[in-house]
Design a protein around this ligand. Sequence first.
Ligand code: HEC
Ligand code: HEC
Ligand code: HEC
Ligand code: HEC
Ligand code: HEC
Length: 187
Amino acid sequence: MLALPPAVVYGQQAPTASQRYQAPIVKDSGNLKGPRQPIFFRHDIHAGEFQIPCMYCHYSAAVSSEPGIPSLQTCMGCHLYVAGGTRGGVKADTAAVRAEKAQVQQLRNGSRDRKPPEWTRIHALPGFVRFPHMRHIKALGPGACINCHGDVQGMAQVYQVSTLRMGWCVRCHVERKVTRDCTVCHY
Ligand code: HEC
Ligand code: HEC
Ligand code: HEC
Ligand code: HEC
Ligand code: HEC
């Protein structure tokens, strides 16, 4: 996978044509890391190739404990018009065009039938741990997603990169001189 320079990822600077990232054609999604989702939603296409900011979809990350998964309405804001299958590399491959259009069609059917996709949750802490996303985004910046979630904008399918174990949390808290008081993280 190509790693994007941070400026390209977070849109601080318009990339030149040669820097423009093109998400690959995925012929066999069975080999990808991470759980298979009900619709093959690709972060490498949306956040990578088309540079949609993370917080366009996960808008509550900066204001709430949970970033949340976007509703079907958010998707349909584009996919009423965007049918898929027009990306550079994909246009040359009819099977890939059909596969991507079929996924968008499935999304549209779900919208018509009022059946939103049931996304499989990937990152989950045990119930006795408190993790406020907004505090972290405020302190580490809107581009900090990559520190904990890895190169999501390069992922065809999201998988967990960090262990999310206590040692992982505490290591960063030590480095950043943040509290390690047990009761801050534990109810
Ligand atoms: C166009 C909307 C959209 C954009 C833009 C987007 N995401 Fe997502 N994100 C989703 C959807 C839908 C899911 C649930 C399906 C999945 O896991 O792929 C998701 C899932 C995730 C997950 C896994 C959640 C879990 O279950 O643990 C992470 C982490 C994540 N996104 C981070 C990011 C980051 C970081 C960016 C920016 C680089 C980003 N997302 C941009 C829509 C989006
Ligand atoms: C800001 C606009 C925008 C939003 C919001 C958006 N998409 Fe897309 N999506 C695109 C574009 C652009 C493409 C590429 C179109 C092409 O190839 O012609 C695309 C492609 C796709 C495809 C086909 C490629 C693939 O990923 O397999 C699927 C499926 C898809 N989107 C699902 C979703 C879902 C689910 C959501 C909501 C969580 C969503 N999109 C939200 C713009 C958007
Ligand atoms: C300091 C580490 C850290 C940072 C920075 C971070 N996350 Fe997370 N993220 C986590 C942890 C830990 C979880 C699991 C939380 C839980 O289960 O309560 C998680 C869960 C998620 C989820 C799934 C939760 C849900 O609401 O469904 C999404 C989506 C997500 N993060 C997106 C993002 C985005 C987008 C950013 C950047 C704007 C970001 N995260 C920044 C650590 C982080
Ligand atoms: C990449 C570094 C990093 C990682 C990893 C990280 N944190 Fe943090 N955390 C911070 C920073 C920086 C702050 C300080 C925010 C502030 O000053 O408001 C913070 C603040 C917090 C707070 C609020 C503290 C307070 O004073 O109220 C809690 C709770 C917390 N983190 C829990 C966790 C948990 C649980 C994990 C692991 C799942 C985790 N953090 C992982 C950097 C990190
Ligand atoms: C920065 C956040 C953070 C702080 C501070 C923290 N913990 Fe944790 N703790 C976690 C997370 C996240 C988990 C769940 C993941 C795991 O088990 O590693 C956890 C799990 C635990 C568990 C369960 C372990 C298991 O194997 O099930 C115990 C017991 C615990 N912590 C005790 C403490 C005590 C005592 C302190 C204070 C000395 C403390 N924690 C401070 C984040 C934190």
